[in-house]
Design a protein around this ligand. Sequence first.
Ligand code: RAM
Length: 344
Amino acid sequence: MFARTRVAAVAALAVAAAVALTGCTTSSGDGDGGGSGGDSSNLSITFLPKNLGNPYFDTSSEGGKKAVGEFGGEFSEVGPAEATPDAQVSYINTATQQGVGALVVSANDPKAICDALNEARDAGVKVVTFDSDTDTECRDLFINQADSEGIAKVQIDQIAEQIGGAGEIAVLSASANATNQNAWIELMEEYVASDYPDITIVETVYGDDDDQTSFDKTAALLQTHPDLKGIVSPTTVGIAAAARYLSTSDFKGQVALTGLGTPNQMREYVEDGTVTSFALWNPADLGYLAAFAAQALIAGDITGEEGDTFEAGDLGEYTVGADGVVLLGDPFVFDADNIGDFDF
Ligand code: RAM
């Protein structure tokens, strides 16, 4: 585990930059941008999130843009409206044709975009996944927001505390193929089985990282499971939609809700008592780190081998771990006492 103290993690969160919403395609920077894939001076870096219009990715892209500005490259962001498995393929192909230096991708599916990514790599484009990985053979590096076991544990510990350690809970996830959520859910199931024998996960439903779908799935869960004590939503879109549903329903204060959310989206629901606590990392730092990793690959400073080290601006030095994974830090828990300190 990356040796980063809780204090450092909090400090990193506290300096989170203000969020500026990005449009469908944005680009900036004064790098030449005219290089071709494989050129070690081609610092044109394209971010491809799971979907656009998701405040989490708006924030990670802001972090990426900041980093690219710091090393004098050219930043752009493209992406689909919907987080479906192969919706990212056409954006990858276009970036390959444009000869970008690197693609920085959060994958909607571990396999569906692999062929397109490997074609990009054959053309010299460096591929960094962040947030949600592909299979390891389709990318050079994965920038992991936090240790998956830790992400699973922090959510289950919170819901357990909120429901008194016993009862039925359900999971409201993102899309059914999302690499990150599926890994966390599997670990949550294992952790419940080993540490909370009186808690049962009765169902997992998928809101597709779409606000309305997530809202509707919350309503359906509550109807299907009249004894439900709590909902865990390991997606910022899902938890915000579920909180909105609960906040105006009779279930407010009766059914607990936790998971992974952004402070700005969750603030009103913490303040009105719908939600006690939830967790996340700093998405701006995640995008910032991913951009610096892309730069180090493009420049040939690293290849993605275990033990490679690179500088990530304000965040300092990072080391590549096993399977080409770089770890950002620890998840952080937000509650009524600290949420006022954060703005992202
Ligand atoms: C959503 C996305 C993203 C995930 C966060 C927690 O914004 O699904 O992949 O990491 O939630």
